[in-house]
Design a protein around this ligand. Structure first.
Ligand code: SF4
Length: 346
């Protein structure tokens, strides 16, 4: 195990040795990526030579845990100001998936059942692909991606880290591109991570007490880079408020218990979605490839889900479906009407 000061020293060396590379920090707002950002910032301030600019990327899935998403958006506003005032050449980028890949376009438009561990279609579409695309554009310039990934995070992740050498450096392949991952907190334990979050001063915009408060009950983050073995969703993990990969959304439950009652309607919707997912009469009796196993939601079911989502929008005052997403959903419905007719489903 190392500590935050050792991680800063190693990051400083990495920056000085690779000052001409294109550095990108994957940031989810959670404790691990916050610790990684703080360590990186401390190292960057000391490094000479150092990269002329650094990109911070955050992936907005459109269904992010509402409390964490609001926290990250307000943090980014302050960070931009702070970076400008401090003369730090850090750029903040919010990435989104194309309309056709968004969560509700897949569920309500195409009829995808909400994800489970055995049919987890979402992480790749919502998080990994947008980030991979961003890195792909930069990869020609020798990209190095900084992630807040830790050895002790999960047994499965430990195995993937071990397989790839277990050092702060890993090689990542994404389609045609290969780039390096730099993992400054790989050897930090949980206590060290919180030490880094609390003790390191920069960026000052990060309100560590707020982060600690919203983090109670959560123990991990949904990945934005494809790990060699896909890590499982931890039971208390920050991610999408719609996530049905976990049996219970313990982080939302903990937040509600701590007073974030505005999350309750989202949690109720998510629980309802997990329940209707398995109703046989809500699904086609066949898959799109013809296999006789429960397939997409029927158009009736999709309509019901859209109705519930519209009610949720009214309850929360939030915009959960944009105009382009609605348009795409109706286009996809039109394509499925003949299939339902041919198969006596309407
Ligand atoms: S948090 Fe859940 S729903 Fe969201 S991308 Fe990750 S696994 Fe999928």
């Amino acid at each position: 195990m190392s500590d935050p000061l050792q991680a800063i020293a190693a990051t400083r060396t990495a920056l000085e040795d690779n000052a001409s590379a294109r550095w990108i920090i994957g940031f989810s707002g959670g404790k691990d990526s916050t610790a990684a950002l703080k360590i990186f910032t401390a190292a960057f301030q000391k490094a000479r030579p150092r990269p002329s600019f650094v990109d911070i990327v955050y992936c907005d899935t459109g269904v992010e845990n509402v409390v964490l998403d609001q926290y990250v958006r307000s943090l980014f506003r302050s960070l931009k100001k702070e970076f400008r005032e401090e003369g730090l050449p850090f750029r903040v980028n919010i990435l989104t998936a194309p309309v056709s890949d968004r969560f509700f376009v897949k569920v309500i438009g195409r009829g995808y059942p909400p994800p489970t561990n055995s049919f987890r279609w979402c992480t790749k579409n919502l998080r990994i692909k947008p980030v991979a695309k961003f890195i792909g554009k930069a990869a020609a310039e020798d990209a190095i991606v900084v992630l807040g990934m830790r050895r002790s995070e999960s047994a499965q992740r430990d195995r993937s880290i071990k397989k790839s050498g277990g050092s702060m450096w890993q090689l990542q392949r994404e389609g045609k591109h290969a780039y390096r991952l730099f993992l400054p907190i790989i050897d930090l334990d949980l206590g060290n991570v919180w030490d880094a979050v609390f003790m390191l001063g920069r960026p000052i915009s990060i309100d560590h007490r707020k982060l600690e408060a919203i983090y109670r009950g959560a123990s991990g983050e949904c990945p934005m880079i494809k790990a060699p073995d896909a890590p499982p969703c931890a039971s208390g993990r920050f991610g999408c408020w719609t996530c049905t990969v976990v049996r219970r959304d313990r982080s939302a439950e903990a937040l509600i218990e701590a007073g974030e009652t505005s999350l309750k309607p989202y949690l109720d919707f998510r629980n309802w979605l997990a329940e209707v997912r398995n109703k046989p009469d809500w699904r086609w009796p066949f898959r799109r490839n013809g296999v006789l196993r429960p397939g997409p939601f029927t158009l009736n079911a999709r309509n019901r889900i859209l109705g519930e989502l519209t009610l949720l929008e009214a309850k929360t005052g939030g915009r959960l479906l944009g105009a382009l997403e609605r348009k795409e959903i109706f286009r996809l419905w039109d394509l499925d009407v003949p299939i339902e007719r041919e198969n006596g489903l309407r």
